[in-house]
Design a protein around this ligand. Structure first.
Ligand SMILES: [Fe+2]
Ligand SMILES: [Fe+2]
Length: 160
């Protein structure tokens, strides 16, 4: 779980990094994207620490998730602001569901450390759903493709 979560936050950081590279100077969406990115930086720092504390093996595919995230961020931002927001909407839909699935599973474990992890995941889930609300779902086909890409990435990272 922790490996997948860290990988997800890596991907999120590189998506926003890519979008900022293109839209960072845009007066309307620039600050919005930047604010979401700041939260992702905090999410990633937290999971970086948890990975070390619990000696979790990080994903071997980090360069792939970084590249995929950056390409997705730059690519959608180049199409336009709506596409960039559709990307956020699609990604955060899947990540919100993913964190909820984890929370349901962790609810059955009575352990202090798991309780701490549950608190973190809950907080981040709320952040992701807030990002989702921030972005408007205007590009349905694009959103569908990105959602399935995220689901595939989660499936792969539980294994590699
Ligand atoms: Fe995040
Ligand atoms: Fe997010």
């Amino acid at each position: 779980m922790i490996r997948v979560d860290q990988a997800g936050e890596i991907g999120a950081n590189w998506i926003y990094k890519g979008q900022i590279a293109v839209l960072g100077k845009d007066k309307k969406v620039g600050p919005v994207i930047q604010e979401m990115w700041e939260q992702e930086k905090y999410h990633l720092r937290t999971f970086d620490k948890i990975i070390v504390d619990h000696r979790v093996r990080p994903t071997l595919l980090r360069p792939l998730w970084e590249t995929a995230g950056y390409v997705l961020g730059v690519g959608t931002a180049l199409i336009g602001k709506e596409a960039a927001m559709a990307c956020t909407e699609a990604v955060e839909t899947v990540i919100g569901e993913h964190y909820n699935d984890q929370l349901r599973e962790l609810l059955h474990i009575d352990n202090n450390e798991v309780a701490d992890l549950r608190k973190i995941i809950k907080e981040f889930r709320d952040d992701e759903l807030h990002h989702l609300d921030t972005a408007a779902p205007l590009y349905n086909t694009l959103s569908f493709i990105i959602q399935n890409g995220c689901k595939a990435a989660i499936w792969i990272t539980t294994r590699i």
